[in-house]
Design a protein around this ligand. Structure first.
Ligand SMILES: [Zn+2]
Length: 138
């Protein structure tokens, strides 16, 4: 349903009217089913103050939200296919790479507690927390 603010060009009366769609509005107007309550004029137009502006703004943000979510998903896919998942061994693996296999090109990702990450940081092992959409690790 769409609410339009209509104006009568003859007597300047404005009134709200509901339509199933913008197409329905055009159809009714063409068939001359839209007339003014007071002067019965068929000279009815939509006013520029359409209450649908707000709705379309929400839609734009939904679209952005979807795009960002999609990007996050691509980011996750990239990590999943280019990094080795080590699960809860992350802290251990990160240390062994840092201390033993410095020349390794191993790239890992996994789970760690905040405390673990802080300890790693103090040892000079830098990690990055990535935003993760649930259900993608199984
Ligand atoms: Zn009128």
């Amino acid at each position: 349903m769409i609410k339009y603010k209509l104006i009568c060009k003859d007597c300047n009366l404005t009134f709200d009217s509901w339509f199933a769609s913008s197409k329905e509005y055009e159809k009714l107007k063409k068939k001359k089913f839209l007339n003014c309550y007071t002067c019965n004029s068929l000279n009815i137009e939509k006013t520029l103050m359409s209450p649908n502006v707000l709705r379309s703004k929400i839609n734009v943000e939904d679209q952005k939200y979807k795009e960002i979510k999609k990007k996050l998903h691509q980011y996750q896919k990239f990590i999943e296919s280019n990094f080795e998942y080590v699960g809860e061994n992350f802290t251990h693996e990160a240390r062994s790479i840092h201390y033993k296999d410095k020349k390794t090109s191993r790239r890992i990702y996994g789970l760690a507690t905040k405390k673990d990450l802080k300890e790693l940081e103090e040892e000079g092992i830098l990690t990055e927390r990535v935003p993760w959409i649930k259900n993608s690790i199984n």
